[in-house]
Design a protein around this ligand. Structure first.
Ligand SMILES: *Cc1c(COP(=O)(O)O)cnc(C)c1O
Length: 362
C-alpha cells in the first residue's frame, strides 16, 4: 500500500533531530514568545529573501493577519475588491471575506491550474485594490503580465505561499502568507504559519495583531487575536528548514519521473518544466477521475482530489452558486493527485507509474 502522504515517514526523515529539539523545548520551561521562535523567524525571512518574518498560529491566520494589518495601516478598506483565482483552496477566500473584503474570482488556465493572467484586467473595477496570487500545487503563478497589471492599476500584490515553501516565491509583492501545516512541504507537528514582508510597518502591525493587538505589555492598540507560533513548532521547523531545498529537489525528481514515464493517453499530465514548482501536489487530469481513483486504490495506491468542490459551489458561499466558472469546474471534476513526497522510493514511484499506465485502457 502506498499512502497518499504518510506523515510518520515525513517526520522519520529527521526523526532523531526532531525528537531532540522537542525534548529541549519540553525541558526549557519556555513555550511561547521565546528564542526559538525568534531564531526561526530570522532564518525563514532570509530563506524567503524578505526583510521581516512574523510567525503566527496557521496559514489561514497568516492570510487574515496580512490583510487585517493592511487595513489597520490604511492600505485596504472594507468592501475593497481582491482578485483571487477561483480554484484556490477555501482558506484563501475565507481570509478575504473574514476581513470584509470582496473576493473577485478569476478563472485559472486549464494547462497549469494557475490564475489566467489574460483574464485579470477584465476583472478590475474602480474598487479593486489587490491581487492575491496563489502558487497552487506549489507552481509559481507569477508572470510578467501580473507585475505589469499591478503596477498600472496600483494594486497591492499579496501571495498565498502555503503550497510553495522553498520555491522562488513569497517575495514578489507587499507580503506573503505561509503555512507550516504538517502536510505542507515545510511542515510542523501541528498548526503554524507566518507572514513575510519587506515593509516594517506592516510587519510590526501583524506582530501586534497576532499578540492581542499589543506591542507593549498591557497596552492594546488594536482589537487583536491570539495567533502565535509556539516554541515547539519553531524548534521543529528550525530543524527541518535546512533540508527543504533537497526535499523539494527529490519531489522534482519524482515529478520528472512521472511526467516522462506516464504514457496513458487517457491522462493529462502537468507541464513538464519541473523546476517551476515545489510539487506540493502532483495533479493529473482525466474525465474518468473517480474510476481511476477507485482502480488505483484497488492496486494499493492512495490518491486525493484537490479540490472536489470549488469555493463558489460551497454552502459557505451560497450567494455565488450562480457564477459561471467553467474552467474551475472542469478542473475540479477531473483532477487527481498522485502520491508525491520526499521519502518516496524509486521503487514506489515505479509502482505508481505502472499502475497509472495500466488503468482506463478499456
Ligand atoms: C494549506 C493552505 C492554506 C491554509 O493553511 P493552514 O495552515 O492549514 O491554515 C491556505 N491556502 C492554501 C492554498 C493552502 O494550501
Amino acid at each position: 500500500m502506498i499512502d497518499y502522504l504518510n506523515l510518520s515517514r515525513v517526520t522519520a526523515l529527521h526523526g532523531e533531530e526532531i525528537r531532540a529539539a522537542v525534548a529541549s523545548v519540553v525541558d526549557s520551561g519556555w513555550y511561547l514568545l521565546g528564542e526559538r521562535v525568534h531564531c526561526f523567524e530570522r532564518q525563514y525571512a532570509d530563506y524567503v529573501g524578505a526583510r521581516h518574518c512574523v510567525s503566527c498560529a496557521s496559514g489561514l491566520d497568516a492570510l487574515r493577519l496580512m490583510l487585517r494589518a493592511s487595513k489597520e495601516i490604511g492600505r485596504l478598506h472594507d468592501g475593497d475588491e481582491v482578485i483571487v483565482p477561483a480554484n484556490t483552496y477555501i482558506a484563501t477566500i475565507l481570509a478575504i471575506t473574514d476581513q470584509r473584503l470582496t473576493p473577485v474570482l478569476v478563472e485559472p488556465r486549464a494547462a497549469d491550474s494557475q490564475i489566467d493572467d489574460s483574464r485579470i484586467e477584465a476583472a478590475i473595477t474602480p474598487r479593486t485594490r489587490a491581487l492575491m496570487l496563489v502558487h497552487l500545487y506549489g507552481r509559481n503563478a507569477m508572470t510578467p503580465l501580473i507585475a505589469n497589471l499591478c503596477q498600472r492599476h496600483h494594486l497591492l500584490l499579496f501571495e498565498d505561499n502555503a503550497q510553495a515553501a522553498g520555491g522562488d516565491t513569497g517575495h514578489y509583492g507587499t507580503a506573503a502568507a505561509h503555512s507550516f501545516y504538517p502536510g505542507k512541504n515545510l511542515g510542523a507537528l501541528g498548526d503554524a504559519g507566518a507572514v513575510t514582508t519587506d515593509d516594517r510597518e506592516l510587519a510590526d502591525t501583524v506582530r501586534a495583531l497576532a499578540n492581542y493587538g499589543s506591542s507593549e505589555k498591557y497596552v492594546f492598540r488594536y482589537q487583536g487575536y491570539n495567533s502565535r507560533m509556539d516554541e515547539l513548532q519553531a524548534a521543529v521547523l528550525t530543524v527541518k528548514l535546512p533540508y527543504l531545498k533537497a526535499e523539494n529537489q527529490r519531489r522534482r525528481e519524482i515529478a520528472d519521473y512521472y511526467i516522462t514515464h506516464i504514457t496513458n493517453p487517457a491522462i493529462t499530465l502537468p507541464p513538464a518544466d519541473v523546476e517551476h514548482s515545489t510539487w506540493h501536489i502532483f495533479p493529473v487530469h482525466t474525465p474518468q477521475r473517480d474510476e481511476l481513483q477507485a482502480r488505483l486504490r484497488q492496486s494499493g495506491i492512495q490518491t486525493m482530489v484537490h479540490y472536489p468542490i470549488p469555493p463558489h459551489r460551497q454552502q459557505a458561499y451560497h450567494d455565488w452558486h450562480d457564477l459561471s466558472l467553467p474552467v474551475t469546474e472542469q478542473l475540479a471534476a477531473t483532477e487527481l493527485s498522485l502520491p508525491i513526497a520526499p521519502y518516496l522510493t524509486d521503487d514506489e514511484a515505479e509502482q505508481v507509474v505502472e499502475a497509472v499506465n495500466n488503468e482506463l485502457k478499456d
